[in-house]
Every structure is written in C-alpha cells, then in structure tokens.
Design a protein around this ligand. Structure first.
Ligand code: HEM
Length: 225
C-alpha cells in the first residue's frame, strides 16, 4: 500500500517534534543493571539511565557513564541544556573515578551543586583504558529552571538530554571541585525513559551497594590520601 504524502509528512513532523529515541536497551554485565544507553559514535562514550517503576516527585535514578579514561572530563546535562539543571561530571584520577555535581548559570564554568547526591556503586573504576562510573543519583530528576519553577524529567516522550566532554585534563584531578575548561564536544540525545523503568530498581541498588569499609577506602583513594 502507498501512503499518501500528507500522512508521511505528518508522521515525519510527529517524529521531529516528539523526538525519536536514541537509546537502546543495555545490560551491564558487571552490575546486572538494565539501562537505556546512548553511545556517541565519535568518542565511544556511553551515557546510561535506569529508573524505578514509580516516577512521581523527586525520584532516584541509576546512571552509568563509560568511556575512554584519557578524556579530561565527561558530562551529562539532565534538562538537555547547559544552564539551570543538574550536571553530572566524571573524570579518571589514576585507577579511580572522580564525580562532580555542578550547575551552570550561563555559558561559563559550572559551580558545585549541592542539591544532588551520588551513591557510588559497584561498576565504578578505571580498567585498562576505560572509565566506568555507576551510581544512584538523588536529585538528578528534578531541578529549578531559570524562573525558579520546578522541572522534572519528561516521561511522556523521549527526554532530550545533553552531553559534553573535553580532551583537556581538569586542573586538579583528585579534587571533585576542580576547575576545568570548556568542552570539545557537545551533543544531545533522546532517551526512552519509559523503557528504562524497572521493578528491579531497588534490588539493583542493594546488590551493587559497596560495603561501608570499601566505600571509605574508595573515598580516601579518590582524594589521593
Ligand atoms: C568551563 C566549563 C564550560 C564552559 C566555559 C562552557 C561554555 C559553553 C559555551 C560558550 C557554550 C555555547 C557555545 C557552544 O555551543 O560551544 C556552551 C554550550 C553548551 N554547554 Fe557548556 N561550557 C562548560 C561546561 C559544560 C558542561 C560541564 C556541560 C554539561 C555537562 C555543558 C553543556 C553544554 C551544552 C549542552 C551546550 C549547548 C547549548 C545548550 O543546550 O545549552 N557545558 N557551553
């Protein structure tokens, strides 16, 4: 059957307005977590997300970032723009991964942002040439926009998220508040967040929680102490 041109045009408009998903299902073998995953073809960095079944209010998110350890920093912007939303930034410091919570109020160096916390999970570290960061984020799914209005991740259509990364090493790699310079690459991807929901969310968190003693070792190490 041949589709009338007007219907094809409407389908194409629908796709561009509502955005088609750029993510695919991905199971991380180390943690067993099933993410929706987007990979940037140029740099081979992947940004991954998994959500709980209940996504009302300020719900938590499981995230994973995996890519070449020699990148200076890798970032994730939760509202798909640089400013006025939580920015998750990671970089390698020897064999450990430093994470930094930031927010930008314009196109200049983002400040440290205290409205998010990250529980670092198993599946975090530098192995060979690859950095992998896996965490439970509290505060990544809701934020205040420019006008001070609360915004949350949109689950009614693929959510437009953004990434940024740099080849230049941050000023002080052992310090999560370190200064760093502007990105070399910036891009957007549409995440199928509905497909990222799972009833296994809580069990993934508990199975991959790092015992407290190891966590403090990890923390000391991360600070280079
Ligand atoms: C020193 C740090 C940074 C500086 C000086 C900076 C500066 C800028 C500037 C000047 C632009 C507009 C021009 C362009 O497209 O290149 C821009 C765009 C952008 N930046 Fe940054 N940036 C920094 C860090 C970050 C970080 C950490 C992220 C995300 C994690 C980020 C995400 C974006 C995005 C998504 C855009 C595209 C425009 C938008 O959608 O808002 N930037 N940045």
């Amino acid at each position: 059957m041949r589709w009338p041109k007007v219907i094809l045009a409407a389908i194409s408009l629908f796709g561009s307005v509502f955005g088609q998903s750029d993510t695919v299902g991905y199971t991380d073998s180390e943690t067993g977590i099933k993410f929706q995953s987007f990979t940037d073809a140029d740099t081979q960095v992947s940004w991954r997300v998994a959500l709980p079944e209940k996504t009302e209010g300020d719900y938590d998110a499981l995230i994973q970032i995996e890519g070449p350890a020699n990148l200076g920093w890798i970032g994730w912007a939760w509202a798909g723009t640089m400013a006025y939303n939580p920015l998750t930034i990671v970089w390698a410091n020897g064999k450990t991964v430093v994470h930094s919570s930031r927010i930008a109020y314009g196109f200049y160096t983002p400040s440290v942002y205290n409205e998010t916390t990250y529980q670092v999970l198993k599946g975090t570290g530098v192995t060979g040439d690859t950095l992998k960061f896996t965490a439970l984020c509290k505060g990544c799914t809701t934020w205040k926009d420019f006008d001070g209005n609360t915004q949350t991740l949109d689950l009614t259509q693929p959510a437009r998220l953004a990434y940024a990364l740099s080849h230049e090493v941050v000023e002080s790699p052992s310090n999560s508040s370190s200064n760093f310079n502007i990105h070399d690459n910036v891009g957007h991807w549409n995440a199928d967040l509905v497909a990222s929901k799972s009833a296994d969310f809580s069990s993934w968190v508990s199975k991959n929680t790092i015992p407290a003693s190891n966590e403090s070792f990890h923390f000391r190490n991360r600070r280079g102490a």
